[in-house]
Design a protein around this ligand. Structure first.
Ligand SMILES: [Zn+2]
Length: 167
């Protein structure tokens, strides 16, 4: 075999991947050829260096946890993105609903109620500030009085109806 033919299978020879016939041929050639022997020597050194480098590489501490955390983060980011789209669509549908409500005949009623609400707010703001917060207490107490009278009246009415039924 020529040097060129032998060199094609030298890597396999160094890695121990040759079958018996090929191995015999290569070894026979190597006994007689110094340059191929030199090449085998260099190949063996390079392989040893590569293995030494590979063995010196140590996985960073906690790499598994960090990878899992990163995956969880990515999953969360994806979910947040998904939720954002859902909220966006819901918001758009809500705005469409409000616009449709305002345009439709029901919208006139909604608008009227809104104006009434604004008018009440306006009226409240016209109460003189010299009264301070006493007017709130006054309003609250008079509301309580009205509610109390109503409840009292209703309960009396119910009682009288009951007694009429009994009689
Ligand atoms: Zn040779």
């Amino acid at each position: 075999m020529t040097c060129h033919e032998i060199r094609m299978s030298l890597t396999a020879y160094v890695d121990g991947e040759l079958d018996l016939d090929e191995l015999e041929e290569v070894e026979l050639h190597l006994k007689e050829c110094d340059s191929c022997q030199q090449l085998v020597h260099e190949l063996e050194e390079t392989t040893a260096l590569v293995f030494a480098q590979l063995n010196s590489v140590v996985a960073p501490l906690n790499i598994e946890n960090r990878v899992m955390e990163r995956i969880a983060d990515l999953h969360q980011e994806h979910q947040v993105h998904h939720l954002f789209i859902v909220y966006l669509v819901c918001g758009f549908l809500g705005i469409c609903g409000i616009v449709a409500l305002l345009i439709s005949p029901v919208g006139a009623f909604v608008r009227a109620m809104f104006h009434l609400f604004l008018a009440v707010l306006n009226g409240l703001s016209f109460i003189p500030s010299s009264l301070g917060s006493w007017w709130i207490l006054g309003t609250f107490l008079s509301t309580l009085l009205v509610v109390g009278i109503s409840v009292f009246g209703v309960s009396r009415l119910l009682r009288s109806l009951k007694s009429e039924v009994v009689l």
